[in-house]
Design a protein around this ligand. Sequence first.
Ligand code: DGY
Length: 342
Amino acid sequence: MQQKVLITREVFPECVARLRAHFDVEINESGAAYSAQELIRRASDKDGILTLADPITAALIDAAPALKAVSTVSVGYNHLDIAALNKRGILATNTPGVLDETTADLAWALLMATARRITEGEQVLRAGEWQEWRYDMLTGSDVYGATLGIIGMGRIGQAVARRAQGFNMRVLYNNRSRVASDIESALGAEWVEKDALLQSADHIVLVLPYTPQSHHTIGARELALMKPTANLINIARGGIVDDAALIDALREKRIGGAGLDVFENEPALNPGFLPLKNVVLTPHIGSASVPTRRAMSNLAIDNLIAALGVGPHAGQPPNVVNPEAHSSASSASSLSSGAARS
Ligand code: DGY
């Protein structure tokens, strides 16, 4: 009997066809996310799940006894309950590498739009409020020659730093561990303590993964350290910034502005952002170019096919995020065979 796969949302048809060549595929073609209950129901008889941002919870995992692999079409995987997957020995995979440049482009789009008040200017025009040219109209901050601070210096952080060279910027970064010195030299990037970065940078870009440790990396204390003219850009994950504290700082003009692609509790948006002019908002579109979304989908499918034991990499998907699942799977099976013998 063919293994069964669930695709939680519509994805490129050629990607679905690649899965159909090996598996019995069910796809959510409704145009909307399944409710939590519906997702659990649909997952309950599946061997594999391709998730497009839909949460894979402990309740879902408990309800899906045949589940062997979960492949997310994203590099971030904080919507997967890794501890629950590990307990069952279920492999989880993600899509690193293929979205770095596109996501770095969006960081720069937000940085430029925030520094130069692009969306605010467009709103003035659309509202018919432009009466005359004024020397101080929509004056923002400089990017060329300014100091860029990057928190999180993985692949995407490095792609953000590479672009700064064209803007003749001083680049500071903070990361749990320093990157290799040849990479630092190639990027012209200097490691500094987080507080020093917050105090010195004109534009700060957040590019770190969401974990319990990175929760509220930027809160009221950190915002208070920033220059009153500095801009904060978050392309990483909601929860890394304390949105309520950021709204206060923006409202009271204690920082220059913010460019945000990700939010706490998204897709819900803290309504406090809406009246603020000094924030540029986009709906989590960091990797949203057609070629990149296609590359992510295909990589996620390579991962799922391999994780379900098919094809040239059978059993060895290229992008496993929980290699420890293998050992828990074997200890779980030896425990259960032990239990069966006794
Ligand atoms: C990612 O790949 O993590 C992007 O943020 C899309 O979720």
